[in-house]
Design a protein around this ligand. Sequence first.
Ligand code: FES
Length: 168
Amino acid sequence: MSLSLENLTCNCDHGSTDEEKYALIGQMIDAYKDKEGSLIQVLHAAQEIYGYLPLELQKFIALRMNKPLSEVNGVVSFYSFFSTKERGEHTIHVCMGTACYVRGAQKLVEALEDKLGVAVGEVTPDKKFTLDVARCIGACGLAPAVMVDNDVHRQVQPSGIDAMLKQY
Ligand code: FES
């Protein structure tokens, strides 16, 4: 496989062991490290390959790119699309904006926590879902709203959670 960011949108698992993933990230760094803005590109690629950016991986990237860890960590912390925690295959964002909140978003969160057996911010044991909350996601007229990956589910009730999750 040739190394490019485009290739990283494929559905292969980019190697199944940590060793293979680190090796692939290392090759990606070697291919990109002298290009301008390469750190962000490398971090994107690394997150795509590894799933998230734990401190150990940030250290590896910093060392291999001859950059201070503080610089790598600063970029990871600054951009919300980088995650330092393991993510599930799908991310559920329950909207906690005002309209959703007054129409029962908190009950939805509790129902999802019960159903999935995790708290907000955690990944289910089967790594299928990450449960999270969000600010207004722009569907206030049909609150309460839940976003799963890029899909917006409107007027979700605790009784509708099973049907919603089944789609994933
Ligand atoms: S407050 Fe939830 S969609 Fe706007």
